[in-house]
Design a protein around this ligand. Structure first.
Ligand code: UDP
Length: 259
């Protein structure tokens, strides 16, 4: 891996300020700043954990202390969901922008192709990680995929997955088991696999593989991604209700007291 480059010379960018929404940590970080930190960690090595927080994460973490602890211990908590930006503004501590898991994955793949950084894609349904990897390689020629594997987030499969990942020697491990499983998985296994950067990416492989459509940019700009998801994936209505209605209600009624 070649990290002798302008970005890696910015070894220690200042840590972003961290706010709390309903008691859950979120970093006020923009995409370029997130990439600067990631490039620094690639040069530095050592295990790091990045979480891509959205309103569903916040609601889950409020009732799941183990998940809450994992989110708080993360090295970077990216503001992924647009609902967090609205909530932060309402609570008087605005976030400057959003860093989605999809955007982060594209940027990491671009950086990886340029610098010889090795990516491992873990999770999603069988075959999807391979399709996602192929999509990334065709978009970022020269990208090295250290491995792809669906596996499962069940603890009994961990010894095998650790061996597989250790043998593949990735620099970046993308884990797509959905929340909270993917982040609990990373917290349990990073001490063993010691990948410089591990990121919980949720449904990103499904998007990259073209199995789930990404909402059009204009809807995303309006913060109406949830409406698009509701139309395209009506079976997710309960999750969308949690992210949109239950989260908004909690922020409005308890956000100022719990911030
Ligand atoms: N997934 C998996 N194994 C599981 C549960 C989920 O591989 O036991 C995958 C699933 O196939 C999908 C991703 O995890 O690719 C979860 O996507 P989702 O959009 O639900 O992510 P979230 O919104 O929770 O971040």
């Amino acid at each position: 891996m070649n990290l002798q480059s302008p970005i890696s010379s910015l070894q220690s960018p200042v840590a972003p300020s961290r706010i709390h929404i309903l008691g859950i940590a979120v970093d006020d970080v923009l995409p370029d700043e997130a990439m600067e930190r990631l490039a620094g960690w690639l040069a530095q090595g050592g295990p790091h954990h990045v979480v891509t927080v959205n309103p569903e994460f916040v609601m889950e973490a409020r009732r799941n202390p183990a998940f809450r602890q994992v989110l708080h211990a993360a090295d970077m908590a990216l503001p992924d969901g647009v609902g967090l930006l609205y909530a932060a503004r309402f609570l008087g501590m605005p976030l400057r922008g959003r860093v989605t898991g999809v955007e982060l994955t594209h940027r990491l793949a671009a950086l990886a192709a340029e610098r010889g950084v090795r990516l491992f894609l873990l999770g999603a349904a069988p075959g999807v990680a391979e399709e996602a990897a192929a999509a990334l390689v065709s978009r970022y020629p020269g990208l090295t995929i250290a491995g792809c594997y669906a596996g499962t987030p069940q603890p009994r499969h961990e010894p095998f997955l650790r061996q597989l990942i250790a043998a593949a020697r990735p620099d970046v491990l993308l884990v797509a088991y959905g929340h909270p499983r993917q982040d609990m998985w990373i917290a349990r296994n990073q001490p063993f696999v010691q990948v410089p950067i591990a990121v919980g990416v949720g449904g990103v492989f499904d998007y990259l593989a073209g199995h789930v459509p990404l909402a059009p940019a204009w809807l995303r700009r309006l913060g109406l991604e949830w409406l698009y998801r509701l139309l395209k994936q009506p079976h997710r209505w309960r999750r969308i209700f949690t992210a949109v209605v239950a989260f908004t209600w909690a922020v409005v009624t308890k956000g100022k007291a719990e911030g």
